[in-house]
Design a binder for this molecule. Structure first.
Ligand code: NAD
Length: 497
């Protein structure tokens, strides 16, 4: 029998008494790595109780002391980066090199959390009236929760709990049921770093477990990353319950290719940005808009994409791994078929891709569609597979209009040698994260991850200053210290002239 993934409640890793479990499958080999429990709702209540109790003392721990624990945690994550990446690769399927990057981008958020004393500085104004000063502090909210997707099993949980906990909150993490083991490993290291029990708790499961969190009165804020329909549901239900919610959804990211761009750079960047991680990145480039003469580069793009191959995580020559599960592969195959039916030119079709020794793996080869129109299903849906769509535009204005008409707003990029074109693009585009000659512009943690429109529901984004604001409340104090007694009282509002 395969091992059961543990839940973490009040500092103890325990086996859930759940009646149902789901398999955690290696998507290349179909080996069942473990079984993940659909945690009992009563166990979730226990986790929330533990977090509520821990909050009473954790919020009083001096801010520099909290930062010091994160320095220790950062060290441990770096020391165990390869071990975490191996667990991650097996349950997610991405290549080892990509998994190392996944962990690394999370470690960078932990490094940001080490700066928490400066990030939590308030504001002051002296003499708002004669002898009166106003100053503000920011304070933690209480118990916060995070619900994460399968595609970045290390980075996305690390977007959430380190920032929340550094601010003085306690946390309930519900990792993806498809990739839960990476979070458990990272939580073991968290305890080893010396954080008190109950500060971080982990429960596993799916829809019912998420809904229980969304409806629990003790949870003050919810961070969610996943698909658009679930992001909408989480945002609606959480805010309906008067909670603070940040919900990141899916995407359709376009790269505008101007004819004056460096052709070799464009093609190299397109290959990695579209097919890397099997296209299962929320910031993957899935559409290239070729402007003017750049429309002559289609054959070169095809040649470059046809040279890369998927493979198992430990194969160093593999460019990317399998899709996460059978349903994902079926969805991608359905969309490829729809492309033929709806009149796209399928220049590369990865439907029948097989990897030696892993014939049942959920692999799809690099896929390239030309002559795509915005009415086609492959354009309207998030494919989340190793596929690139080529669209044509005669001018930069037309390219901008295509992107602004698309409902998603996670990321976009422009490749050009013209500063004027780049400036016009960054100014007029209605997308939250823009790359100039960079395909996947994910901001480092001292900025924030600022998706727009259907890619994000909420107001305060992940990490950076916005992350700290999301996980805290502002308290503003106006103070006067009397130097001498004054007789009588004043019942009117004061006016300062
Ligand atoms: P998903 O929406 O299926 O699952 C995400 C989480 O929600 C999981 O923890 C899952 O257990 C839970 N969940 C699933 N169905 C639910 C339901 N009906 N009610 C309540 N909870 C539910 O997403 P996924 O397939 O794991 O991840 C891929 C998606 O995430 C893609 O759409 C991708 O674009 C998106 N994503 C977005 C970002 C971003 O920053 N915008 C980052 C990574 C991934």
């Amino acid at each position: 029998m395969s091992q059961k993934v543990k839940i973490l409640i009040n500092g103890a890793f325990i086996e859930s008494k759940a009646h149902e479990h789901l398999p955690v499958e290696n998507p290349a080999s179909q080996e069942i790595l473990a079984e993940v429990p659909l945690t009992l709702l009563s166990e979730i209540d226990q986790a929330i109780e533990a977090a509520t109790e821990a909050f009473k003392t954790w919020k009083e721990v001096a801010t520099p002391e909290r930062a010091r624990l994160f320095l220790k945690y950062q060290h441990l994550l770096k020391e165990h980066q390869k071990e975490i990446a191996e667990i991650l690769s097996k349950e997610n399927g991405k290549t080892f090199a990509d998994a190392m990057g996944d962990v690394w981008r999370g470690i960078e958020v932990v490094e940001h959390a080490c700066n928490i004393p400066t990030l939590m500085m308030g504001e002051t104004v002296e003499n708002v009236a004669r002898g009166v000063d106003t100053y503000s502090y920011i304070q933690p909210l209480g118990v916060c929760a995070g619900i994460t997707p399968f595609n970045f099993p290390a980075m996305i949980p690390l977007w959430m709990f380190p920032m929340a906990i550094a601010c003085g909150n306690t946390f309930i993490l519900k990792p993806s049921e498809q990739t839960p083991m990476t979070s458990v490993k990272m939580a073991e290291l968290f305890l080893e770093a010396g954080f008190p029990k109950g500060v971080l708790n982990i429960i596993h499961g799916s829809k019912d477990q998420v809904n229980h969190i969304l409806n629990h009165p003790e949870i003050k804020a919810i961070s969610f990353v996943g698909s658009v329909p679930v992001a909408e549901h989480v945002y609606r239900t959480g805010t309906d319950n008067l909670k603070r919610v940040q919900a990141f959804g899916g995407a359709k990211n376009h790269m505008v290719v101007m004819p004056d761009a460096n052709k070799g750079q464009v093609i190299n960047n397109l290959v990695g940005a579209s097919c890397g991680a099997a296209g299962q990145r929320c910031m993957a480039i899935s559409v290239a808009v070729l402007v003017g003469e750049a429309q002559n580069w289609v054959e070169d793009i095809k040649t470059a994409l046809s040279t890369i191959k998927p493979g198992v995580w430990s194969d160093e020559s593999a460019a990317f791994g399998p899709l996460i599960n059978k349903q994902s592969k079926e969805k991608v195959l359905r969309l490829i078929k729809s492309a033929y039916d709806q009149g796209a030119e399928v220049l590369l079709d990865g439907s029948n891709c097989k990897v030696d020794g892993y014939e049942n793996g959920y692999f799809v080869g690099p896929t390239l569609f030309n002559n795509v129109s915005v009415e086609m299903d492959i354009y309207k849906e998030e494919i989340f597979g190793p596929a690139l769509l080529l669209l044509k535009a005669e001018t930069l204005d037309e390219a901008i209009q295509i992107i602004n008409n698309n409902p998603y707003g996670n990321g976009t990029s422009i490749f050009t040698n013209s500063g004027a074109a780049a400036r016009k693009f960054q100014h007029e585009i209605e997308v939250g994260q823009i790359g100039v000659n960079l395909p996947i512009p994910v901001p480092l943690p001292f900025f924030s991850f600022t998706g727009w429109r259907k890619s994000f529901f909420g107001d305060l984004h992940s990490y950076g200053k916005q992350g700290v604001k999301f996980y805290t409340e502002t308290k503003t104090i106006t103070a006067r210290w009397f130097e001498e007694d004054v007789p009588g009282g004043n019942v009117n509002m004061t006016i300062s002239l």
